[in-house]
Design a protein around this ligand. Structure first.
Ligand code: AVJ
Length: 330
């Protein structure tokens, strides 16, 4: 136990059930074309592989976002203000959070929300005590589902939702608007949204980031099938599927695919799923925005752009938005 320990970190557990995974997985494979939600990537193994992706030279996102945060952390912290409650979506290892927590003035509480329970607990426990008297209130949940935030012991002056990593890019733009509206329902006018957004750029850079030469992204993508084999009794033969990420420049999005190497049938429990040779499952969209495009999207969800930071090569952006008063929405 560390000095200044705030008591034990208590987990609020809304972890999605296995039945959930099974139903959504089968429903996705019965669609034509086949498509699965990317949240299922993040079992323990998948979360570890994602952390490895973040270390790759070709995966510029994490490194660049971290540098933007580090280079501007004083200004970012002053936008958040003193005694805020920081809510993080998809907190993972909470490594970017430390940059913020180191700089924030007397933050009241930190609420990390993540779908991967072991990951979340490890991260919350590692933070606990380091920022005493910061309260740490982790929630294991699919943040797409309705959830209510815990009340901290002390009253915060402002709520700031931190959504780094360009995870917002996993939503289709209209869904992203709906999502940012929903985040807004947790907030009052003047609350903040600090969000990382990947930018549109030359396709070669994107291609390399999502088809890395060491095959870590391939392993991450294929882990979805491995997980289905283990948890759902599916019988995917892993070398009968190949990873490929494709950049659709018109739509401004990366599409992660698992491509069937042959005509084959796969069982997921009792369900038989047929694949043609070359047929693929879309496993993730990762939208890339322009700064203006994303600011417009957020405005449509009731958020006013206050400040945008970027790197010198304009690879990535970090935005601070304020919640608009209700009469100014839209
Ligand atoms: C965590 C969703 C932002 O889209 O870049 C990394 C996930 N997928 N490599 C992304 C991911 C393939 C990542 N996000």
């Amino acid at each position: 136990m560390k000095a200044g320990f705030y008591g034990e970190v208590v987990l609020n557990n809304l972890e999605p059930s296995a039945e959930n995974f099974e139903a959504e997985f089968i429903a996705g494979l019965k669609k034509d074309p086949k498509i699965l939600p990317c949240k299922f990537f993040y079992d323990e193994n998948g979360s570890r592989l994602f952390d490895q992706i973040c270390e790759l030279d070709e995966y510029y996102l994490t490194r660049t976002e971290t540098k933007i945060l580090r280079d501007n952390i004083g200004e970012i912290a002053s936008w958040c203000g003193r005694e805020c409650i920081l809510v993080e979506l998809g907190s993972g290892q909470s490594s970017k959070t430390r940059l913020l927590l180191d700089q924030l003035e007397s933050p009241v509480a930190y609420v990390p929300i993540d779908i991967s329970r072991p990951h979340l607990i490890r991260a919350a426990e590692a933070l606990n005590g380091d920022y005493y008297p910061l309260e740490i209130l982790p929630i294991c949940a699919d943040y797409n589902c309705p959830l209510s935030l815990p009340a901290p012991e002390r009253n915060p002056k402002r709520k700031v939702v931190f959504f780094p990593g360009s995870t917002i890019g996993n939503f289709e733009p209209l869904e992203a608007v709906e999502f940012l509206k929903r985040i807004g329902t947790w907030c009052v006018a003047g609350d903040g949204l600090l969000i990382g957004v990947d930018l549109q750029k030359h396709r070669q850079i994107l291609d390399g980031a999502y088809n890395d030469s060491r095959g870590v992204t391939a392993a991450f993508n294929l882990n979805l099938l491995r997980r289905a084999n283990r948890e759902l009794g599916a019988n995917f033969v892993l070398d009968q599927f190949r990873h490929r990420a494709f950049y659709d420049e018109g739509k401004g999005r990366i599409e992660m695919r698992l491509i069937s190497e042959s005509e084959q049938n796969v069982f997921v429990g009792k369900e038989k799923i047929g694949f043609r040779k070359g047929e693929f499952i879309t496993t993730e969209y990762s939208y890339k925005y322009t700064i203006e495009g994303f600011s417009d999207l957020a405005r449509a969800a009731g958020w006013q752009s206050e400040r945008v930071w970027s790197d010198e090569n304009r690879l990535f952006s970090v935005h601070y938005f304020s919640r608009k008063p209700e009469e100014l929405y839209g």
